[in-house]
Write a protein that binds this ligand. Structure first.
Ligand code: DC
Length: 223
């Protein structure tokens, strides 16, 4: 069983993907973590991420370890960077770097190789159903209103929902990332026709999970 989950930032793809992986015994690959690792490298060595830099990319070696029900472990040239790649600045830079053809090519090669080698896998990202695993058995596209995504992010960060300054700042960051995802030339965020679309705006996480589990169970039963 190969499953693709795509959708914008902050829609809950990775939390859901981890739960699916646990329940159905699949390998979970968080492709965003790989883009974040490239971003971390650029930040670590103070490189200009507003320019495409193919030479530096050649120096980047990424290794991944998937762990049941937990975040993926990521190694950059042997260094465990799993914690660092979750920082705000890294997410911002990843969103910029993800537009360069050379970066996407590097990620494509790695991700497509893993997709070919593994029979039971779930990947989440932006171009999984459209580009990395066009042959996936099931494709999901998750979406939610940007205001809802902003509030969910605030809750995750334990921020007061009435804090207008914090709201505006997070809203702005998410809209920038949406803009970058939707408008890049190479493999933008795409909802392919065959993907099952779930608007999670008015759903609890438990409801989304139940709906997705039911669909996967049905697919496993009926092929
Ligand atoms: O899902 P995430 O927030 O961890 O992803 C980090 C960035 O990587 C995101 O801004 C867009 C980019 N990305 C991408 O372009 N293609 C993917 N398949 C996954 C992530």
């Amino acid at each position: 069983m190969k499953i693709a989950i795509d959708g914008p930032s902050g829609v809950g793809k990775s939390t859901l993907a981890k739960e699916i992986a646990m329940k159905f015994n699949l390998l979970y690959l968080d492709t965003g973590a790989m883009y974040r690792t490239v971003a971390y490298y650029f930040l670590k060595y103070n490189l200009d991420y507003n320019l495409e830099n193919k030479d530096e990319l050649e120096k980047i070696n990424i290794d991944l370890i998937s762990r049941a029900g937990r975040d993926i472990k990521v190694f950059l040239n042997g260094e465990d960077v799993s914690q660092f790649i979750r920082e705000k600045k890294v997410a911002e830079v990843a969103s910029v770097l993800a537009k360069y053809k050379s970066v996407r090519n590097k990620m494509d090669l790695l991700q497509k190789k893993i997709a070919r080698e593994k029979k039971n896998i779930i990947m989440d990202g932006r171009d999984i159903g459209s580009n990395i695993m066009p042959d996936a058995d099931l494709k999901f596209y998750l979406d939610a209103d940007i205001i809802i995504r902003t509030k969910r992010r605030m809750k995750d960060l334990n921020l007061n929902l009435e804090d207008k300054i914090a709201f505006d700042e997070i809203y702005k960051k998410i809209s920038e990332r949406d803009y970058n995802d939707l408008n890049r030339k190479f493999n933008p965020l795409k909802r392919v026709a065959e993907a099952i679309f779930i608007d999670t705006s008015n759903m609890t996480f438990a409801q989304v999970k139940q709906q997705v589990f039911d669909i996967i169970e049905c697919k496993l039963k009926n092929g």
